[in-house]
Design a protein around this ligand. Sequence first.
Ligand code: NI
Length: 150
Amino acid sequence: MKRDMETDCNMSGDTELSRIGISLPKNLLDKFDEILSLRGYSSRSEGIRDSIRSYITHYQWISDVKGERQGVITMVYDHDQRGLLQTLTEIQHQHAHNIQASLHSHVTPNKCLEVILIRGDGGILKDITEQLMAQKGVEAVKLTTIPIES
Ligand code: NI
């Protein structure tokens, strides 16, 4: 994504507004507008504000994944992507001590959904998630964890 920030966003509160200019690929903007219209947003600005808030919340939430954790990785990927199935399996084998089980569903002839049950240090679980996410053909990856309290 190419971005030209004219001014910085005001993070301390929602009262003072700053204007920014953003350059986006057309297909990304079309998709975004389609979702805004489906969700009944009155303006693009409101949608962008909500997106930025949710991006920040997501980042803060991910940064809080520390210590011993139990969780799941949910992943959607393209079955037809050459070599992808093997790479994803190799990553999981490399982390066999953190991965407890996985469940695979063949959603469509070329789309797979996989749910991976994981346990271990939060930092390692985030690394595994990012390794999976970085593979070409992986469309979505989500990590959900809870702390293990003794
Ligand atoms: Ni499949």
